[in-house]
Design a protein around this ligand. Structure first.
Ligand code: MGD
Ligand code: MGD
Ligand code: SF4
Ligand code: MO
Length: 741
């Protein structure tokens, strides 16, 4: 079955089924001459409910398993679990492509130890698990003895990382971070927390399904494929909800919108202030809600008095009448107006303030804790496994927050841990890294700094499923089994309906790969920490947790999920709203920010402009890929196998380029991309160029993805740090375009 690109990105207009395409897709066996399953169109011999790891949304999936003529069981297809609240029987294209990872011929197959003296030369020797684990345990213990446990750090992204977090804490260190905070949603969490006393969290509990108006700033839903959100968004479109999209690029979402506001990049705060001006001066805000729940309205009113649409026009490029019309539209639908919180908010370094601007606008519309707006999530409690308490209280995380920088960060910064590993950058440097499921070379800004940090370490070990860039920079590489080959911990997120989900093994691990729980337990045994891993295996561990929590483990195994009692999520449903802020109210004006020397109400400051002849590099997602983690996936690449650079058609013409030309992007630091195809289009402003993140791999072991397309990560050598919480704004790189012969 071949799949056209259009089928995947189609949303709205009765096309909700587009996100459920999985049912038609079947596994292939890359690199094998004979298909070991003669009829791949089968439902399989048995179905194992588990949850997805192709991205961090973690939808419930059903793995269809069939025994081949060779006697080996294989996953033949993956479909959405109808009982799971995040998938509701449907998957995004990536989720159906999990077999493309499981059967990726380039997978890490055995433990590897670096043989060359210099890191980064990517020359390794395959060794036994005994040898690899002995080496890792000895090196980690050496760092601990020589520098103390606080010289150890764990970078961990992805659900399987829980075992290593436990291991690091047992060793006495609290230096645990993921790029999903300071490189992703950190500013959003802090901006909303300062306003409502609560962050947004993941999965985001927003009510697009019942919204009458949805405002997307960036947040390119439909290309950003978080399954449940896209389903809800699609339904909202079918229902005729008014969509307002603010984006310098005509995104898929913009193509479904009533209003597309092609904003000048970096000026969203000015637009937000002008919207507030209109809503307040025209008395269109929810006066009862503000009176009951908020403080600082008078200060806000005064603050936006002069922030007229006419003031914002030359800044944002959005005409005053358009600003007024959209402000009235969102006020007319309130409180069922969803100012979408977005997710990746690390854009310009002023990001906490922009996110706070969105939160304040939502408060004026009365949509926090209201139907069609933001839902108040709830969560089922799951008891811990009764193991040994950490002997030494893990020492405080050693990132920049502890040096008095970025005072309102509420999680450890991955970039902060990297910074303080560079000699001379901090009073004490980190000496040992464990890297689990995160490709730091591509996900932290300025790879040159990341490499500098790595070169100065005593030891670095990476746990991954593929030979990603970070593996090449490691001393030891441990091959993990994919999510379909292992049982992990239970998952009980805060969401609009409470549930507990179980990840369980569908098939035996391929090659010599091992699940993370086994590696962490084996390492603990070697480091005198066996008491922290007293269970036989992860199945015994989760069964004990479930039983102690009063959950029906048989149902959990059979269905993959158990749901809790439904609790009210909105005022309409009888919920009494409360706010965990300093004042106990929604803080339109924030005294904490003021005390720390920051603006108590967001204000607009211009961002640096691209020099003449250069363009701002902006990035986003392709619906069928997750970052660089799926670009080697042959299955998903059948639909989208290379990124292209979007250049405004007039600009391209002026530069003498036409559609399809091969070009190179050169950034402000003279870093050059791999050749990439130019897409001349009116769908992007003339001052920016756009590429999808995750391409241009430099790791040769990723045989399919190697040098395919161009890498925005390489070009992101500049970044602007948010002084409030340390997020790394990355939309501050400029590129010029050169032709290739
Ligand atoms: N298919 C797929 N889906 C994914 C992911 C994936 O890898 N693949 N990743 C997931 C993750 S972890 C995240 S964090 C999210 C990221 O997805 P989002 O949170 O949607 O990311 P953003 O960076 O907000 O959105 C990118 C959009 O912002 C626009 N933009 C750039 N600069 C500006 C600006 O100055 N102002 C405005 N208003 N818009 C601007 C870009 O043109 C682009 O359309 O996606 C999630 N979903
Ligand atoms: N330049 C730039 N930088 C960015 C972004 C951007 O858009 N542009 N986006 C930012 C955002 S929003 C985020 S959330 C972060 C994400 O950053 P990362 O968390 O680093 O995400 P990936 O790049 O997908 O790296 C994931 C790694 O995990 C491996 N992996 C996959 N499955 C498993 C598994 O089951 N077990 C193990 N052990 N490993 C596994 C993959 O092979 C891959 O090497 O990046 C941020 N950094
Ligand atoms: S959104 Fe897609 S890739 Fe992400 S967990 Fe769900 S099915 Fe998997
Ligand atoms: Mo993210």
């Amino acid at each position: 079955m071949s799949l056209s690109r259009r089928e995947f990105i189609k949303i709205g207009a009765g096309a909700t089924a587009a996100v459920g395409l999985g049912s038609g897709l079947v596994t292939q066996w890359w690199g094998l001459d004979n298909n070991p399953i003669p009829n791949p169109n089968t439902e399989g011999d048995r179905i194992v409910p588990t949850f997805c790891e192709l991205c961090f949304w973690k939808c419930g999936v059903l793995a269809h398993v069939k025994k081949g003529p060779d006697g080996q069981e294989r996953v033949v297809k993956i479909t959405g679990n109808p009982d799971h609240p995040l998938s509701r029987g449907k998957l995004c294209p990536r989720g159906t492509g999990g077999t493309g990872l499981l059967y990726d011929p380039d997978r890490l197959k055995q433990p590897l130890v670096r043989t060359k003296s210099k890191r980064g030369e990517d020359i390794f020797e395959a060794v036994s698990w005994e040898t690899a684990l002995d080496e890792v345990a000895a090196k980690l213990m050496k760092v601990k003895e020589e520098h103390g446990p606080e010289a150890l750090a764990l970078f961990s992204h992805g659900f399987g990382g829980s075992w290593f977090k436990h291991l690091l804490k047992a060793m006495g260190s609290k230096n645990i971070a993921a790029p999903s905070y300071a490189q992703c949603r950190g500013p959003r969490e802090v901006g909303y927390w300062l306003t409502f006393g609560s962050g947004i969290g993941s999965p985001e509990a927003v009510d697009a399904e019942h919204a009458r108006c949805i405002v997307l700033m960036g947040s390119h839903l439909g290309e950003n494929m978080h399954n449940t959100h896209v389903q809800d968004f699609s339904r909202a479109i079918d229902r005729g909800a008014d969509i307002i999209v603010v984006d310098p690029r005509y995104s898929t979402a913009a193509s479904k919108a009533r209003h597309w506001l092609p904003i000048k990049p970096g000026t969203d705060i000015a637009l937000l202030l002008a919207w507030m001006h209109v809503i307040i001066t025209e008395k269109r805000y929810d006066a009862d809600y503000i009176q009951k729940h908020a403080i600082g309205f008078d200060e806000l009113k005064k603050h936006v008095e002069a922030k007229t649409p006419e003031w914002a026009y030359p800044i944002t490029g959005i005409r005053p009448e358009k600003i007024r019309e959209t402000a009235r539209l969102m006020a007319g639908a309130a409180p069922a107006t969803l100012i979408h919180p977005g997710r990746r908010s690390t854009w310009y370094g002023d990001d906490t303030q922009r996110e706070r601007g969105k939160a304040i606008l939502a408060a004026l519309l009365g949509s926090w804790g209201r139907e069609g707006g933001y839902l108040i999530p709830s969560k089922m409690s799951v008891q811990p496994y009764p193991d040994q308490p950490y002997a030494q209280t893990p020492k405080a995380a050693l990132d920049r927050v502890k040096e008095g920088l970025y005072p309102l960060a509420d999680e450890t910064l991955a970039s902060g841990l990297c910074d303080i590993s560079v000699p001379g950058e901090a009073a004490m440097n980190l000496k040992g890294w464990i890297v689990y499921g995160t490709n730091l070379i591509q996900s932290l800004p300025d790879y040159r700094k990341t490499v500098k940090a790595i070169q100065a370490l005593d030891f670095i070990v990476t746990v991954d499923v593929l030979p990603a860039e970070i593996c090449g920079w490691s001393d030891v590489v441990l091959p993990e089994s994919t999510y379909l080959e292992r049982t992990d911990d239970l998952w009980n997120p805060g969401y609009r309906e409470p549930f507990v989900a179980m990840r369980q093994q569908a098939v035996e691990p391929l090659y010599q790969s091992k699940p993370g729980w086994w590696m962490a337990k084996e390492l603990a045994n070697r480091m005198g920490l066996a008491a922290y891993f007293p269970w036989k295996d992860s199945l015994e561990y989760v069964r004990e947790r479930a039983t102690r929590s009063g959950l029906d483990f048989d149902t959990l195994q059979a269905k993959g999920v158990v749901k809790g009692a439904v609790v009210p999520t909105t005022e309409e449903q009888g919920l009494t709203l409360s706010f965990d802020t300093e004042s106990g109210k929604i803080e339109l004006y924030n005294q904490t920010l003021k005390n720390l020397g920051f603006d108590p109400i967001p204000d607009y400051y211009p961002v640096e402009e691209p020099p003449a002849g250069s363009f701002r590099l902006i990035t986003g997602r392709a619906p069928m890929h997750t970052f660089g983690r799926t670009t080697n996936n042959r299955f998903l690449s059948e639909c989208y196998d290379e990124n292209e650079v979007w250049v405004n058609a007039d600009v391209a013409k002026g530069l003498g380029f036409k559609n399809g030309d091969r070009v190179i992007l050169v950034n402000q630091d003279e870093v050059r991309s791999e050749p990439i195809s130019l897409r001349a289009t009116q769908r992007v402003r003339g001052d920016a160029v756009y590429i999808v993140h995750g391409y241009g791999h430099t790791a040769e072991g990723l045989k399919f993805a190697y040098k395919r397309g161009a890498s925005d990560s390489l070009l992101t050598t500049n970044y602007k740090v948010d002084p409030i919480m340390g997020g790394t704004g990355m939309n501050v790189n400029f590129v010029r375009i050169e032709g290739v012969a």
